[in-house]
Design a binder for this molecule. Sequence first.
Ligand SMILES: Nc1ncnc2c1ncn2[C@@H]1O[C@H](COP(=O)(O)OP(=O)(O)OP(=O)(O)O)[C@@H](O)[C@H]1O
Ligand SMILES: [Mg+2]
Length: 469
Amino acid sequence: VRRPAPLSIRTRLTFWYTGILFAILLVVSGLSYSRLRWAVLRDLDTSLLAVAQVIHDTGYPVSGAWPAGTESALGHILGPEFYDKFFQLADPQGRPGARSTRLGGRVLPLSDRARARAARGERTFENFRLEGGERVRLLTLPIVRDGRVVQLVQVGISLDRAERTLARHLETLLVLVPLGLALAAAGGMLVARAALRPVDEMSRLARHITTGEDLGRRITDRGTGDELDHLAGTLNGMLARLEAAFVQMRRFTADAAHELRTPLTALKGGIELALRAPRPADEYRRVLASSLEEVERLAALAEDLLLLSRFAATGASLREAVDLERLVVEVTEAGVRLGHERGVTVRLGDTAPATVRGDAQALRRALLNVVDNAVKYTPPGGRVETSMRRADDHAVVAVADNGPGIAPEDRERVFEPFVRLDEARARDTGGAGLGLAIARSVVTAHGGRLSLESSPGTGSVFTFHLPLA
Ligand SMILES: Nc1ncnc2c1ncn2[C@@H]1O[C@H](COP(=O)(O)OP(=O)(O)OP(=O)(O)O)[C@@H](O)[C@H]1O
Ligand SMILES: [Mg+2]
């Protein structure tokens, strides 16, 4: 079964809008109709009452016919009010007596309710259908003399006019409400379309972004400062970050390729040279040995790249408990051995027991990269000190050296992949510039941070903050 296509926001807004307006118009029309009905009936009642009052005041007897000229006399008194009404007198039991000629032979009915109310001296307004189908509004007014009901005056008026008025009003509503609805729906549609046009524009742009090059495009700011502008700003911000990430990724790829190409070229050159002519065995051995060195470098580089991408990509599932103090001690011992070769003194400062959750192997690698740097970049005779302490819910590990330090403008840069500050020296120490990048992404993946303080000339301090388990 195919599901119907979802309605656009534009259509849904218009539906809602029209639906709500319809409900409002229904209520308003109902109110106006009943208000008009009420007013029309009240007018009728008032004029019925006026006529009844006059008849009452003239005091005709119930029985017998009207004295000659009565009706024209009443007509004279009441003016036009008189001519559209019927009236009839009745005794208190409701037996009809004299009545107006306009009634023809018909008798005005008297309901039980009206009779009962009349007995209590109260007047009653009712609607009736006469024989012959004519609908009338009827007033029954008791005439009380000396505390007794002596007579009933009944005055009726045809409801024709009133009903025609109401019907015309209803017709008007039946035309105007749908017309109003149609106009409002059309207007609502236009408004919704105009309001959503920027959204259309945004989705069109988003659809057109298919390559990394397109990430440079931006949604135009309309400068209205409204929600959609806000959304455009948010999307533009996202595009900018994506673009930056894309550029960074491309640079990373290029750097990595470059980094791989250099040892490969050296390897190729060495092997080609060796193969050009027959050589003594120990020459082959020498070429092979230096080739192995290059291969080892390549393998280490590949390892580093893998590590970096593993920690850059994920938060990793780092659940094992790691004894950080022991890790620091071990890494420092490794540092002592490294320092020994290079004439740098490495010592362990204060430590404190601390456990963190994570990947012990990766953390060791991160620490080792920083200690290795400290030893590598500190000139012979220098000193490196590792230490750790606890602060609140963090373990803080510091690696301090008294080497050349790092200039302020380079302090963030050194954490980027493939960044080496002193190309010439770094090259012969063999690094690719991935050490700090790896350290930082490992620490970040553990929910911590790795920062650097340094003043050129007096040395550097790398500080790890790691959340305690
Ligand atoms: N303790 C330090 N003192 C002075 N400079 C440093 C120190 N640590 C790092 N640097 C500078 O930062 C650069 C980046 O360090 P990083 O560890 O990322 O790369 P690398 O040591 O050159 O290579 P790799 O670590 O991949 O073998 C180094 O090349 C060096 O110039
Ligand atoms: Mg390094």
